[in-house]
Ligand binder design. Structure first.
Ligand code: ZN
Length: 133
């Protein structure tokens, strides 16, 4: 079901400052930023080999990323695994009794279909499934 680590989601307070670090210090190159309105988040994807880093900055003080940073501080917020067929993956997980945050996929950045599993079911890590063309 799982193909690879698609990306690692990192919550940051200041996207521009974080991008400066990744680009100027680490020499990586972001693919541009995108706002996902429903999630109240601005994202930037930074490809690195087979996977990517996803920087996440809240666009609103009541967004999920703002709340996450308030509680836990900046840092790794989720890990995303690539799947070929997200509907099928969710069905399989549901049949296995895995607690899901999203029973149905929603739209993520870059037109991906994404769904989150509940951290209680995954030993404390927020896991995202991600299907892309
Ligand atoms: Zn993600």
């Amino acid at each position: 079901m799982i193909k690879k680590i698609d990306h690692i989601g990192i919550a940051v307070k200041d996207m521009d400052a974080a991008l400066k670090f990744y680009e100027d210090v680490l020499g990586m190159k972001a693919e541009g930023t995108e706002v996902v309105e429903e999630q109240k988040v601005k994202t930037a994807f930074i490809p690195t080999g087979e996977s990517e880093v996803e920087l996440l900055e809240s666009t609103s003080p009541d967004g999920p990323i703002a709340k996450y940073i308030e509680k836990k501080g900046e840092g790794i917020q989720h890990i995303a695994y690539r799947v070929d067929d997200i509907e099928k993956a969710l069905e399989e997980l549901k049949a296995k009794g895995v607690k899901l945050i999203d029973e149905k996929p929603r739209r993520g950045a870059g037109g991906a279909k994404i769904a989150f599993l509940h951290p209680k079911a995954t030993f404390g890590t927020l896991v995202e499934l991600c299907e892309r063309d």
